[in-house]
Design a protein around this ligand. Structure first.
Ligand SMILES: NC(=O)c1ccc[n+]([C@@H]2O[C@H](COP(=O)([O-])OP(=O)(O)OC[C@H]3O[C@@H](n4cnc5c(N)ncnc54)[C@H](O)[C@@H]3O)[C@@H](O)[C@H]2O)c1
Length: 429
């Protein structure tokens, strides 16, 4: 198959590299010349475990190509995946990048092509794209289908190669057959293939993300209750998670959910509800609760430091919204760190992916290693659950005698910390 991925970010690059690894010829296209120049030199612009090896292997086999030429890439391809960003604007999904791509597709439809939205797009977007592309000249030259992406950053390659499900939203038999054939190697390995309507596929993606965001928010609220009632939230999560109807995943209490998907997708889903005059009250209250989470954790920091944040040295371990990625979009640290600086704290931070330029204040300093980041800490905050933060000897990494640790990911056992005489605070216990 000849494929092009328009947009070579987390989704376009990973899925493009994986499709090429399945033997397809793939052009990953981006309007950002820097990204494409780097890729052509074998440099991966994002942090994603295993991606470098995969890209190099397929570059060498000349099955994977990188280009800034959107028009010629469309012309050369049978399947065009739209993988551009769909950020939030006024609480709605901003589709300007998607429609820019559709314009390019319209002027380059020379033969039958399948146009696939892999970007997360609100219900009816496929209908609108079809309307834009429809003209006498383009009759029978295309099908617009929805194929939402469910990969998780940090696990993206495995998620692509072994997906729980492949969702294809189309009523066109021809397009469905071609897509099933494209995904056949993954279906043969056991992945479920679901052909549904285009609108259903669009909603499956939003409903899935909203449900996962709800699970996180739910356990975060239960953690608040645990803190006040002397219960360990992890015992509660284990007890709940063993029920097959509930499942243990996404039941880890911690900071607010962040990242490039859950915050924007929950907001966009509420906005779709409004268009269809449907009150999605559960999703609304999840958004509301999640927004309050930063304030709850900041209050907790205040309490831990006995109301004395001014002139305190606070060290953050990890600033990304989760481990395994360098993605900083809507990371809770982006709100927490500036708030603490405003209250007079000095922040040192260490981030394994080397995010140096995220914060602009002379009171926020990036360090190349854990020890340098923590040596003067009054309070060490474990913000992201990177493996390298799981076995720290806190007394060795800081010089201060009365330092405290606030573990927002519950990486340590409270009894172990007590035994080691460390002033330790965690979430929901
Ligand atoms: N990141 C994830 O974990 C994830 C998972 C599932 C779904 N999604 C969805 O996939 C979509 C893409 O997300 P992402 O994280 O890969 O975004 P991203 O911001 O990492 O990448 C988007 C890329 O598209 C490029 N682009 C914009 N307009 C273009 C155009 N006209 N032509 C060519 N390239 C163009 C940008 O330069 C950018 O490199 C979003 O809708 C997102 O919600 C993301």
């Amino acid at each position: 198959m000849k494929i092009c991925m328009i947009g070579s970010g987390y989704v376009g690059l990973v899925s493009g590299a994986c499709f090429s690894d399945l033997g397809n010829t793939v052009i990953c296209v981006d309007i950002n010349k820097q990204i494409i120049d780097k890729l052509n030199r074998g440099i991966i612009p994002i942090y994603e475990p295993g991606l470098h090896e995969l890209v190099i292997r397929n570059l060498k086999k000349k099955r994977l190509l990188f280009s800034t030429d959107v028009s010629s890439s469309i012309k050369k391809s049978d399947i065009i995946f739209i993988c551009v960003g769909t950020p939030t604007k006024n609480n709605k999904a901003d589709l300007k990048y998607v429609y820019n791509v559709v314009k390019s597709i319209k002027s380059n439809l020379d033969k039958y092509k399948i146009i696939v939205t892999k970007s997360t797009v609100p219900v009816t977007t496929g209908d609108k794209i079809e309307k834009i592309l429809n003209s006498k000249k383009n009759l029978n030259k295309f099908d617009v289908i929805s194929n939402p992406e469910f990969l998780r950053e940090g696990e993206a390659i495995r998620d692509f190669q072994y997906p729980d499900r492949i969702v294809i939203g189309t009523n066109s038999k021809k397009a469905n057959n071609i897509m099933k054939n494209l995904y056949l190697p993954l279906i043969k390995k056991g992945s479920r293939y679901i052909n549904t309507s285009r609108r259903s596929a669009e909603l499956i993606k939003y409903a899935s993300n909203a449900f996962l965001a709800t699970k996180i928010t739910f356990i975060n609220e239960i953690a608040n209750l645990c803190e006040k009632s002397n219960i360990d939230v992890q015992d509660v999560a284990t007890g709940m998670g063993l029920d097959n109807r509930i499942g243990s995943r996404f039941l880890r209490a911690g900071p607010a959910y962040g990242g490039s998907c859950f915050p924007k997708d929950t907001r966009a889903l509420v906005s779709t509800g409004q268009i269809f005059k449907t009150n999605l009250s559960v999703v609304k209250s999840v958004i509301n609760s999640n927004e309050k989470r930063n304030k709850i954790l900041l209050d907790r920091i205040k309490l831990i430091l006995k109301n004395k944040i001014k002139n305190k040295n606070i060290s953050f371990l990890g600033v990304t919204f989760k481990s395994g990625t360098d993605d900083m979009r809507e990371s809770p640290s982006l709100k927490m760190i500036p708030s603490l600086v405003k209250k007079g704290a000095s922040i040192s931070y260490y981030e394994p992916t080397g995010q140096k330029k995220q914060f602009k204040s002379k009171n926020i300093t990036f360090h190349e290693n854990i020890k340098d980041a923590c040596q003067n800490a009054d309070l060490i905050i474990i913000h992201t659950e990177w493996n390298e933060f799981k076995q720290l000897n806190f007394k060795k990494i800081t010089k201060k005698r009365n330092f405290k640790v606030f573990d927002m990911r519950n990486l340590y056992s409270t009894s172990e910390m007590k035994k080691n005489k460390i002033n330790y605070f965690s979430i929901g216990r």
